[in-house]
Design a protein around this ligand. Structure first.
Ligand SMILES: NC(=O)c1ccc[n+]([C@@H]2O[C@H](COP(=O)([O-])OP(=O)(O)OC[C@H]3O[C@@H](n4cnc5c(N)ncnc54)[C@H](O)[C@@H]3O)[C@@H](O)[C@H]2O)c1
Ligand SMILES: [Zn+2]
Length: 353
């Protein structure tokens, strides 16, 4: 087992960790009742194992299962969860365990942050994306009718338990989309990891654990420099996301998974980096090759409404005198923010997709 002591809480990575959860919560000096929040796809797979471990360690737990899918990540659902926790007698000494992907991580963290003005949150990520991205950095929250993650608070989990065995049941597309964020981390911060990805062979659990560890370190290092997302450091994590978010939106959040849209956004960001930041074209090509290697999309279907992507970028981002803040990579392993990118640059990059 690998234990990463990030400055922002404790993170474990290993196999067969679910059955030791009760003991790990004891070790954190958690004493009260807990609520196990999960979704309708994940709970039938793993909730019993977690509950058994909690009960063996003497914890009384209440299970709350919400429908799987982003539609559940709402203020109404968070309120309903709080009501059920009150009814079950959870108080300020209680704690929350979120068992699931990023959706459950975000809403369970939000509930933990607001319940009795904040109680501890333990996360058990069950998607690769949640392990390498959403469980790190303390952003919790819910969506509203008008947009994603518009309501939320910073609340770091006290403990994150990454059991790679749970990934075995993850659908292939969901698994692959986690690699978009991994490749993003390599491009913005770790040239050596990029070379590892270029030669990646699927299936070796121990190398997957090491890869997850490395990604957790990269994200926590960036987040620690800019915890509240104010100085611009954390914004580097948005590499590929300006166009990525716009593609997600233009596809009505149905056509592409987040990581797939980010993959396309990375391709666009590479083209813009070649033009505006001096990224050598062969390095841009190598990035696109690695995305392909992980079966991530690097081209838009011909019929995809490209104009809607541009509309979404314009709606989403502030253009000052025709220019936008944009994350570029001058060479693999580094990234910076530039204020020089124009809508035309983005239009051209999207046209090439
Ligand atoms: N807080 C952050 O910093 C941050 C960062 C990135 C993304 N996010 C959020 O994360 C969410 C996306 O997370 P996600 O991609 O993990 O999606 P998700 O949580 O919706 O999970 C995707 C699907 O996989 C199922 N699933 C999860 N684990 C499984 C397993 N082991 N076996 C079988 N099925 C499983 C889920 O039930 C769901 O149907 C979004 O809400 C996004 O806003 C947050
Ligand atoms: Zn992302």
């Amino acid at each position: 087992m690998i234990s990463v002591r990030a400055e922002i809480g404790r993170i474990l990575i290993g196999k067969q960790l679910l059955r030791g959860i009760g003991k790990r919560c004891q070790a954190l000096a958690l004493t009260g009742q807990c609520t196990l929040i999960s979704d309708s796809d994940v709970a039938p797979l793993f909730a019993e194992r977690v509950k058994r471990s909690l009960s063996l360690a003497g914890f009384r737990s209440t299970s709350i299962t919400i429908p799987a899918g982003e539609e559940s990540k709402t203020l109404e659902q968070a309120g309903a969860i709080c009501d059920r926790m009150i009814a079950a007698g959870l108080d300020s000494r209680s704690f929350v365990i979120g068992l699931g992907g990023g959706m459950i991580g975000d809403i369970s963290g939000f509930v933990a942050a607001i319940y009795h003005r904040g109680i501890p949150h333990v996360q058990i990520p069950t998607t690769l994306l949640a392990m390498v991205d959403s469980s790190i950095g303390g952003k919790t929250g819910v969506d509203t009718r008008d947009g994603k993650n518009l309501i939320g608070v910073f609340h770091h989990p006290s403990l994150v338990i990454n059991d790679v065995n749970v990934l075995k049941t993850l659908p292939r597309r969901q698994f692959n989309q986690g690699f978009a964020e991994i490749i993003k981390h390599a491009v913005i911060a770790d040239a050596k990891m990029f070379r590892i990805l270029q030669a990646w062979k699927a299936g070796a659990a121990s190398s997957l654990q090491r890869l997850i560890e490395r990604n957790i370190q990269i994200k926590s290092r960036i987040v620690t420099k800019d915890e509240q997302d104010r100085t611009g450091q954390r914004a580097l994590l948005n590499f590929g996301h300006t166009v990525g978010h716009a593609i997600e939106c233009a596809g009505n959040y149905r056509k592409f998974l987040h990581g797939e849209a980010v993959s396309l956004g990375i391709v666009a960001a590479c083209a813009i980096s070649v033009k505006r930041a001096g990224l050598p074209p062969d390095q841009g090509g190598a990035i696109v090759d690695v995305l392909r290697r992980f079966n991530l999309p690097t081209e838009l279907p011909r019929s995809f409404p490209r104009k809607r992507i541009l509309d979404a970028v314009k709606f989403d981002k502030k253009f000052e005198s025709g220019k936008i803040r944009f994350v570029v990579t001058p060479r693999i392993g580094t990234a910076r923010i530039t204020n020089d990118v124009t809508l035309d640059d983005i239009r051209e990059a999207v046209k090439q997709l």
